[in-house]
Write a protein that binds this ligand. Structure first.
Ligand code: GCO
Ligand code: MG
Length: 404
C-alpha cells in the first residue's frame, strides 16, 4: 500500500511553553499533525504514544480514521482517561489532516461543510481590581471581540485562579514542584457578583460576559453564586463544582437560571452523557485533543444537539494551534456550536506552528488549506527546551488540600 503510514514521530518541545506534537508520515509523503498536550503531564502522553501507539500505526491505512479510533480505544482494556484519550485524539487529528491533504479539502469540508461563516470567540480579561479588569475588557472589545471572560482579584487572597501578572499566564509554571495557593470561597462569593455587575454596567447589555469558577465551589455555594449573578445575564458560568460530581449540577440548576458550562476535564462521551441527557448544563466544553479528537468530539456534540446543549470547546494556550485548528474546523461545520474559547498564544507559538486559521474582527476563521492547515517550524521544536512544569495546587487556610 503506497499510502500506508510509514513514520510516526512524537515531538516534545517548548516554544515559549510546553507542547507534545504527533507527526504521521505516509509512504507517499503526506504529513498529518496532531496535538497531544496535557498541561503538566506532557511526558506521560509522549511515552504512551511513542511506546504503545506508534508501533501499531506503521503500515496501517491512514484513511481508516474511525477504525483506527476504535482500534486504539476498544483495543485497549485500560480505556478512557486524559492520557489515553489525548493520545487517541492526536492520532485522530493527524489522520484527518492526512485525509484532507489527500483529497485537497479543508477539514471542515470533510465534516459536511460550513454551517456558519465564522466562529464567535471569547477572550480572557483579568485584573486584581475593577479598573485593571475593565482596561482588558475594553481592549478586547476594541479588537472586535463580542464575548469576554472576566476574572478578578479577591480581597484577602494573594493568588486567584485566572488572574495573573503574566500575560501568557497559566502555563504549568512550577519547575521544582507545584506552586501552592490559598483558596477560601467566602470572599470570592461576596466579591464576584459586585465585580461582574460593574463590568456589565460598563459594557452595556450587548457584550457576552463569562466567568470561570474552576471547580472550586460546593453545590450550594455554586447555587448562591448563580443566583447572585442572574441580573448580570452571564453568557455562562463555568465549572462551578468539581466536574466528577455530576449530580451537584442538578442542585445548582434547581436554584438558578444562570447558564452553566462544564467539560474541559472530561475525556469521553460517557463523561458527558448524564449531564447532557438530563439537561443539567447549557454548554459542553471538551478540547478536541482531550476528547479523543474530531471523531469522538463530533459524537459528543451530536448527543448535545439532541438535548439542546451547545458546544463550546476549551481553547487554552496549553493546547497547541493544531488542536485549535481542528476545533475551528469542527465549529464551522457543527450546527449546535456556540463559541470557541481563544486564550491566545505567545508570538513564538504562532511561529512554531504556522497556521492558516486566523482571527478577523473578533471572530475565528479556519482558512482554506487542505486538512488542518497547520505546519511545524522544526527549528523551534527542540527537545532540549522542554522542562517539566507543574500547575499550582490549592489549600484552604486550615492547610487541607482543595481543588485548584
Ligand atoms: C479555561 C481553563 C484553563 C485551565 C488550563 C489548565 O477555561 O481555559 O480553565 O485555563 O485552567 O487549561 O491547564
Ligand atoms: Mg475553565
Amino acid at each position: 500500500m503506497n499510502d500506508a503510514i510509514e513514520r510516526v514521530e512524537v515531538l516534545v518541545s517548548s516554544p515559549a511553553r510546553n507542547y507534545v506534537t504527533l507527526r504521521v508520515t505516509t509512504r507517499d509523503g503526506l504529513v498529518g499533525l496532531g496535538d497531544a498536550t496535557v498541561n503538566g503531564r506532557e511526558l506521560a502522553v509522549a511515552a504512551y504514544l511513542r511506546e504503545h501507539v506508534a508501533p501499531l500505526l506503521i503500515g496501517r491505512d491512514p484513511g481508516r480514521i474511525e477504525d483506527t479510533w476504535q482500534y486504539l480505544y476498544r483495543g485497549v482494556y485500560w480505556r478512557r482517561g486524559p492520557i489515553t484519550m489525548a493520545a487517541i485524539g492526536a492520532v485522530d487529528l493527524a489522520l484527518w489532516d492526512i485525509l484532507g491533504k489527500r483529497t485537497g479539502q479543508p477539514l471542515y469540508a470533510l465534516l459536511g461543510g460550513r454551517v456558519r461563516d465564522r466562529l464567535a470567540t471569547y477572550r480572557h480579561a483579568f485584573g486584581w481590581d475593577v479598573p485593571a479588569l475593565l482596561e482588558q475588557v475594553d481592549a478586547h472589545r476594541e479588537a472586535g471581540f463580542t464575548h469576554v471572560r472576566v476574572q478578578s482579584g479577591v480581597p484577602g487572597l494573594d493568588t486567584v485562579y485566572g488572574v495573573s501578572k503574566d500575560p501568557t499566564y497559566e502555563p504549568a509554571a512550577g519547575r521544582t514542584g507545584p506552586p501552592e495557593e490559598v483558596w477560601e470561597p467566602e470572599g470570592y462569593l461576596r466579591t464576584m457578583p459586585e465585580v461582574i455587575a460593574k463590568v456589565r454596567a460598563h459594557v452595556g447589555d450587548e457584550v457576552g460576559l463569562l466567568h470561570d469558577a474552576h471547580h472550586r465551589l460546593t453545590p450550594i455555594q455554586a447555587a448562591r453564586l448563580g443566583k447572585a449573578l442572574e441580573d448580570v445575564h452571564l453568557y455562562w458560568l463555568e465549572d462551578v463544582t468539581p466536574a466528577e460530581d455530576q449530580e451537584a449540577l442538578r442542585l445548582v440548576r434547581q436554584h438558578t437560571t444562570t447558564p452553566l458550562a462544564i467539560g474541559e476535564v472530561f475525556n469521553t462521551a460517557w463523561d458527558c452523557q448524564y449531564l447532557i441527557e438530563n439537561r443539567l448544563i447549557d454548554f459542553i466544553r471538551l478540547a478536541v485533543v482531550h476528547g479523543g479528537g474530531v471523531s469522538h468530539l463530533r459524537k459528543i456534540f451530536a448527543l448535545a444537539e439532541l438535548h439542546g446543549v451547545r458546544a463550546a470547546p476549551h481553547g487554552p494556550s496549553d493546547v497547541s494551534p493544531i488542536s485549535l485548528a481542528a476545533s475551528i474546523h469542527l465549529g464551522i461545520a457543527t450546527h449546535n456550536f456556540a463559541i470557541q474559547e481563544y486564550m491566545g498564544y505567545p508570538d513564538l507559538v504562532h511561529e512554531a506552528f504556522p497556521h492558516e486559521w486566523y482571527v478577523d474582527q473578533g471572530h475565528l476563521h479556519p482558512g482554506e488549506a487542505a486538512g488542518l492547515g497547520v505546519t511545524l517550524e522544526d527549528a523551534l521544536h527542540r527537545r532540549d527546551d522542554y522542562q517539566a512544569a507543574h500547575l499550582p495546587v490549592a489549600r484552604r487556610r486550615d492547610g487541607s488540600m482543595t481543588d485548584w
